[in-house]
Design a protein around this ligand. Structure first.
Ligand SMILES: C[S@@+](CC[C@H](N)C(=O)[O-])C[C@H]1O[C@@H](n2cnc3c(N)ncnc32)[C@H](O)[C@@H]1O
Length: 231
């Protein structure tokens, strides 16, 4: 396993920039609740990933859904599998949608970089970390490492792309996104201290006429049980 590292580019001076950018990113999905669900509603690989997590953790496990969006499909699926789900999202509109769709879950408005809850058996971050600059993704992975118990799992999905905080049009809305090629994504996850368990790569075409086909990466990772010497 790679040595666990904090991104050296994260200095205190970056915090105001990140906070300001995240505030504007939170508004993006406030406008996109319905359109996102229509364009990206059918993601069989994400369902398979949720099934994998539920089977590996078992009923009663406590799971964090980072950037839970509308709560559908993943928070809904994990609750149906008997897991205790906590969902966080920076978009107030997404939080309202998820709370209505998955009332059994605890859903609240929170930026992953400000998360203080710990003790999770697992976490998922499906297509949410891509809205951070790469420096913020490294920071978020460190937060999630602390939030997940030793031996717990982290599942991340991203669109495969070599980008750092680049402005793009997403469903006709301006947004800034980051991405990695598959090997680089594994490297970033390992640098945060996780071991890679699996990487699944799937082609995906959103259900809107003007959207280009995408390559989706699903990284399955695990926080080691003990310190590196005892692994
Ligand atoms: C592309 S949507 C994916 C939603 C859901 N995970 C799914 O798979 O359908 C990304 C979500 O992540 C949220 N998000 C983006 N940056 C975030 C952050 N720093 N902390 C928490 N949520 C964030 C957005 O508001 C949005 O709801």
């Amino acid at each position: 396993m790679a040595e666990r590292q904090l991104d050296p580019s994260l200095d205190a001076g970056q915090a105001p920039y990140l906070a300001q950018q995240r505030a504007s990113q939170s508004l993006v999905f406030d406008q996109l609740v319905k359109r996102y669900a229509m364009a990206y509603g059918d993601r069989p690989e994400q369902i398979r990933a949720g099934t994998w997590l539920a089977e590996h953790l078992g009923p009663g496990a406590r799971v964090l859904d980072v950037g839970c969006g509308t709560g559908v499909p993943t928070a809904r699926q994990l609750v149906n599998a008997g897991l205790q789900v906590v969902g966080i999202d920076i978009s107030a509109a997404m939080v309202s949608a998820a709370a209505a769709a998955v009332p059994e879950a605890v859903i609240y408005n929170c930026d992953v970089l400000n998360l203080t809850e710990t003790g999770f058996d697992g976490a998922v971050a499906f297509f949410s970390l891509l809205m951070l600059p790469r420096s913020g993704i490294a920071q978020a992975l460190s937060v999630l490492y602390e939030a997940i118990k030793p031996g717990g799992y982290l599942l991340i999905s991203m669109v495969e792309a070599d980008l750092d905080d680049v402005p793009v049009k997403f469903l006709d809305t301006d947004v800034r996104v980051s991405g990695y090629q598959r090997d680089a994504l594994c490297g970033v996850v390992e640098q945060a201290g996780f071991g890679i368990v699996d990487m699944r790569v799937v082609a995906y075409t959103p259900a809107v006429a003007q959207a280009d086909p995408e390559i989706h990466l699903y990284a399955f990772a695990r926080r080691p049980h003990g310190d590196r010497e005892s692994e």
